[in-house]
Design a protein around this ligand. Structure first.
Ligand code: HBI
Ligand code: FE
Length: 290
């Protein structure tokens, strides 16, 4: 295999998953026979726990699309989901051993192929896992790929990512992905709801993101999101809120190249929303006589 796979943030944990099975585009077949009864039981339990938390916390589009995942007593077969997903929005899910390098990730999204990790967490990780496993990808990401607006947004994100890779702007674009597709909130008539996969697939964060008074919640600004660092190992301290999925799509239309150039000169924000100190310490000022 090629370069070591990327992992969110600066985590030192070695990537999980068997990358020796992956093709040159990092995809691998779903080795369905490899799942144990414990694996199927973990999936069933995770699906049951999250489903019970959705009312009043997950956005309407997600709740409407979730049944498209199909039966949930055992880990679904990717081809069974694809038989419904392809006709719906032209997307298909493909297996990957885990996190993959950014360019490979972008190229798959640009082809409407969503990479789904093919292993599932251990029972000991039932409540929290750092890396995205099959439950995070299937339950968190796949339902909204049945929604035409979000489906178009994710493909365009992939196309934009290929350009960002050429411009050395992957980190800024990854932040936009993080604060929308992974941890985005949407305001509905009934109140705040989650549309981000990282929230929807997390037992604790779905309640925290929608109901806790602690986090900072800001109207989505592409510029502010691109300047905002994020933490991969704790609940988010900042969430960005949209009013509709269409607004998300419309806000991110167009070429980001000028924006990348402009943002490089501006200070960043820490994950808690405070102004981040410049990474490079300012040069020492004029020496004052002792
Ligand atoms: N790889 N399998 C997988 N899944 C992701 O969500 C993913 C990835 N690689 C990189 C990545 N996400 C993020 O850095 C993107 O914003 C690029
Ligand atoms: Fe994800």
């Amino acid at each position: 295999m090629g370069q070591a796979p990327v992992v969110y943030g600066q985590s030192e944990r070695p990537p999980r998953g068997d990358y020796s099975r992956a093709a040159s585009d990092y995809t691998c077949a779903q080795d369905y026979a490899s799942y144990t009864e414990t694996d199927h039981d973990t999936y069933r339990r995770l699906h049951a726990r999250q489903s019970a938390l959705l009312p009043g916390r997950a956005c309407a589009e997600f709740i409407a699309a979730l049944p498209s995942l199909g039966p949930h007593k055992r880990i679904p077969r990717f081809e069974d989901i694809n038989a419904r997903l392809m006709p719906a929005t032209g997307w298909q899910i493909v297996g990957v051993p885990g996190l993959i390098p950014e360019l490979a990730f972008f190229e798959l999204l640009a082809e409407r192929r969503f990479p789904v990790t093919d292993w599932i967490r251990t029972p000991a990780e039932f409540d929290y896992i750092v890396e995205p496993d099959i439950f995070h990808d299937l339950f968190g990401h796949v339902p909204l790929l049945f929604n035409p607006v979000l489906a178009d947004y994710v493909q365009r994100y992939g196309q934009g990512g290929i350009k960002a890779h050429r411009l050395g702007a992957c980190e800024m674009l990854a932040r936009l992905y993080w604060y929308t597709i992974e941890f985005g909130l949407i305001r509905e008539a009934g109140g705040l709801r989650a549309y981000g996969a990282g929230i929807l697939s997390s037992g604790g964060e779905l309640v925290h993101a929608v109901e806790s008074p602690e986090p900072r919640r800001l109207p989505l600004s592409v510029e502010r999101a691109m300047r905002s660092r994020y933490r991969i190992d704790s609940y988010q301290q900042t969430y960005f809120v949209i009013d509709s999925l269409q607004q998300l799509f419309d806000m991110t239309d167009g070429d980001f190249a000028p924006l990348y150039a402009q943002l490089r000169a501006l200070p960043e924000f820490a994950a808690d929303g405070s102004e981040a100190p410049p990474v490079r310490p300012a040069p020492p000022g004029p020496r004052t006589p002792a």
